[in-house]
Design a protein around this ligand. Structure first.
Ligand SMILES: Nc1ncnc2c1ncn2[C@@H]1O[C@H](COP(=O)(O)OP(=O)(O)O)[C@@H](O)[C@H]1O
Ligand SMILES: [Mg+2]
Length: 394
């Protein structure tokens, strides 16, 4: 490089660095003399050095993207339109804002494929990202049913048992939550055969499920709708990978008052929720452990804890929480598994206080070495030993 050009280059670099203070994540040159600066929680637009727009990065704030021939050329915020020649930086901006505020025009970025599943409030479609060809799942939720808390909670759950939200788009009547695509089947489909699961798989499922729940609970979040439709399993070479989906009813357990306090699914919901009289009363995150117990029973016996084809009948059984344990005792189970049944099926299902006490570390019981018959207490991690002692007192 010629010495004079090098000097100019250094000067340009210097000026750029002056703009980039420590908090700045990204800077993009826009049309005329506008520029965008992305900070941790704010997006700022300046005209020369004068502040023009400041927008908090949160829901339901919206950024509308402009795409021409699949290329990102600009965006609008609060009705102001901006363009930039720095297409790659716009792409980076979109990635950094994904899942943190609303985007528009899902159809500009994703091609719909087949329906993957549906639930009480949504339909989930497979979609292909036009630019990369990558596959994702898009949950379509009617505007009136949408709670942005579902996304905010999801963003806090960075753990292998939960999916990552990529983007949230606003359409005319619905929102589209674009997230990791799961290739497996719901536990509900696996259970459809009405047979008990093999012990090794039961152990793997319960371990992964309780580990995910424990992580969630460590953030003071409770799911409130743990059931086989909301658990997706990938079984490869005898190994089970499990994901917990659907945070539509999830909430913070530390709140003084819950939104939709009486919620969940009949047949899986904890008795303290189904019998809740006063909507101002709260309950504990141990409600999720109850639902895990119901799933555990189903995996071991191939039967429902609260069986019946009539809704009102199952509702009554669930309310009274009368459980028939004979099917469990009929199974030929390893000693430690019988202990697990004691925790999860007996004390836990009936007694909320005990359920919340022994919740901690319960997933460790399902770790292979602890799960084996005649396994030795000495080889348990310290935490598990505490847990085993607690079981003994149940
Ligand atoms: N990320 C995903 N990948 C593949 N399928 C999914 C994904 N998320 C959900 N599903 C399927 O869509 C169904 C409905 O999704 P869910 O989030 O449970 O919606 P709802 O809140 O309406 O119950 C699930 O039971 C599952 O079959
Ligand atoms: Mg669901």
């Amino acid at each position: 490089m010629l010495p004079c050009l090098e000097k100019v280059y250094q000067m340009v670099l210097q000026t750029q660095l002056q703009f980039l203070d420590n908090e700045q994540i990204l800077q993009i040159r826009l049309q005329d003399s506008y520029r965008l600066i992305l900070k941790k929680d704010y997006l700022h637009i300046y005209n020369k050095d004068d502040p023009f727009i400041s927008l908090l990065i949160c829901f339901p704030n919206l950024i509308q993207w402009y795409v021409v021939k699949d290329l990102l050329i600009g965006f609008s915020i609060n009705g102001y339109e901006f363009t930039s020649h720095q297409g790659n930086l716009l792409k980076k901006l979109k990635t950094l804002l994904g899942g943190r505020m609303l985007f528009s025009k899902v159809q500009d970025f994703f091609q719909p494929q087949k329906v993957l599943g549906s639930g009480s409030s949504s339909k989930v479609m497979g979609v292909t990202e036009k630019e990369s060809g990558n596959q994702y799942a898009a949950k379509c939720v009617k505007k009136e049913d949408m709670s942005f808390q579902e996304i905010e909670i999801n963003n806090q759950l960075q753990h292998p048992a939960f999916v990552k939200v990529k983007e949230v788009h606003q359409g005319e009547t619905s929102f589209y939550i674009v997230m990791d695509l799961l290739q497996g089947k719901t536990l509900q489909l696996f259970l459809g055969h009405h047979k008990p699961f093999q012990l090794e798989q039961t152990k793997q499922i319960m371990h992964a499920l309780l580990e995910g729940i424990e992580f969630m609970h460590s953030k003071n979040i409770m799911h409130r709708d743990i059931k086989p439709e909301n658990i997706i399993l990938e079984v490869k070479g005898g190994q089970v990978r499990l994901k917990i989906v659907d945070l539509g009813l999830a909430t913070y357990s530390t709140l003084k008052k819950f939104k939709n306090p009486k919620c969940g699914t009949i047949g899986f919901v904890a008795p303290e929720i189904i019998n809740l009289q006063n909507p101002n009363h709260t309950y504990d995150k141990a409600c999720d452990i109850f639902s895990c117990g119901v799933i555990f029973y189903r995996l071991l016996t191939g039967r429902d804890v609260f069986p019946g084809s009539k809704f009102s009948y199952v509702f009554e059984l669930n309310k009274k929480c009368n459980i028939d344990f004979t099917y469990l005792t009929l199974q030929k189970l390893p000693v430690n598994l019988t202990v697990c049944i004691c925790i999860i099926e007996e004390s836990c299902l009936k007694n909320v206080i005990k359920r919340s006490q022994i919740e901690t570390y319960s997933h460790l019981v399902f770790e292979s070495r602890i799960f084996q018959e005649h396994s030795k207490i000495q080889c348990h991690p310290k935490k598990a030993r505490v847990f085993v002692v607690q079981i003994a007192h149940c």
